[in-house]
Ligand binder design. Structure first.
Ligand SMILES: [Zn+2]
Ligand SMILES: [Zn+2]
Length: 265
């Protein structure tokens, strides 16, 4: 079992647990370390993001918890930075760079909110052309990489509702070449079981063919469950380690005080 998770959400954004509840759940699972990464604020969405005024409170709260539980569990203060957020990421231990919206002509359309909203965007803005949508999405992931976050979160989030599963090689070529470009700037890719935990997918992000691309390019992976509910802190970690081994990986990365270290799987 992998005893750490560096992508978790709390009541500071759209998680259901307070940071302390998340830490206690991690300790109950005998985790060595936990990273909390609430959503950075964005100017157009106040429903799931952290509010700008709460950022200092968030940092202070996590510092206090780090002190309180020192010697019992390592606690890190990260942020899940949306492409369209101008949150200053310098105070955080590390940054997950994520794309949650497609921006076209100044309007923002959510990628992963509901299947209907994603379909509406594909229809309205791309005339039903899913390949064109995929290209626009991956261009934005590449823009995210240019901001040099520590890792890229849920690389192929657009596949959450299964709308690209039947496109085969046409889609896969776009995703894999985008992955190769992203890895040149950000060599750490998150392997995320969040959509599995919520019943949307049977396999993690990124898909198996993309994991092979990461391996071929010498990229590194961080395993997480994008946890919004403390009961799912290590959701499908064992099965995902098996999948990673099948893709040729022998280790995942673990964050620690001096940066990232390798942990065998
Ligand atoms: Zn996300
Ligand atoms: Zn997340």
């Amino acid at each position: 079992m992998i005893p750490f998770n560096f992508h978790t959400h709390t009541t500071f954004s759209d998680g259901i647990d307070t940071p302390e509840q998340m830490v206690l759940a991690a300790m109950q699972k005998e985790f060595e370390a936990i990273g909390i990464t609430d959503h950075s604020f964005t100017p157009f969405d106040t429903t799931y993001c952290m509010q700008e005024k709460n950022v200092p409170v968030y940092i202070k709260t996590l510092r206090a918890l780090k002190k309180k539980y020192a010697g019992k569990i390592e606690i890190y203060c990260g942020i899940e930075q949306d492409l369209f957020s101008d949150c200053d990421t310098r105070p955080f231990d590390y940054v997950i760079g994520s794309v949650h919206y497609i921006k076209v002509n100044g309007a923002f359309y959510p990628v992963d909110e509901t299947k209907d909203k994603q379909l509406e965007c594909i229809e309205k803005l791309f005339g039903g052309d899913r390949i064109a949508y995929a290209k626009a999405y991956y261009e934005q992931v590449e823009q995210m990489a240019k901001q040099r976050p520590t890792m890229i979160g849920h690389f192929d989030l657009l596949t959450k509702f299964g709308l690209f599963d039947d496109l085969g090689a046409d889609y896969e070529a776009i995703a894999a070449s985008s992955m190769r470009r992203v890895l040149k700037t950000v060599p750490i890719i998150e392997v995320n079981t969040g959509a599995m935990a919520r019943g949307y997918r049977k396999t993690p992000y990124p898909a198996a063919f993309l994991l092979r691309t990461v391996r071929e390019c010498g990229g590194e992976v961080v395993l997480s469950s994008d946890c919004h509910d403390a009961r799912q802190l290590d959701y499908a970690f064992d099965a995902t380690c098996t999948e990673l081994k099948n893709a040729g990986f022998s280790h995942v990365l673990r964050f620690c005080e001096h940066g990232w270290e390798r942990r065998s799987i």
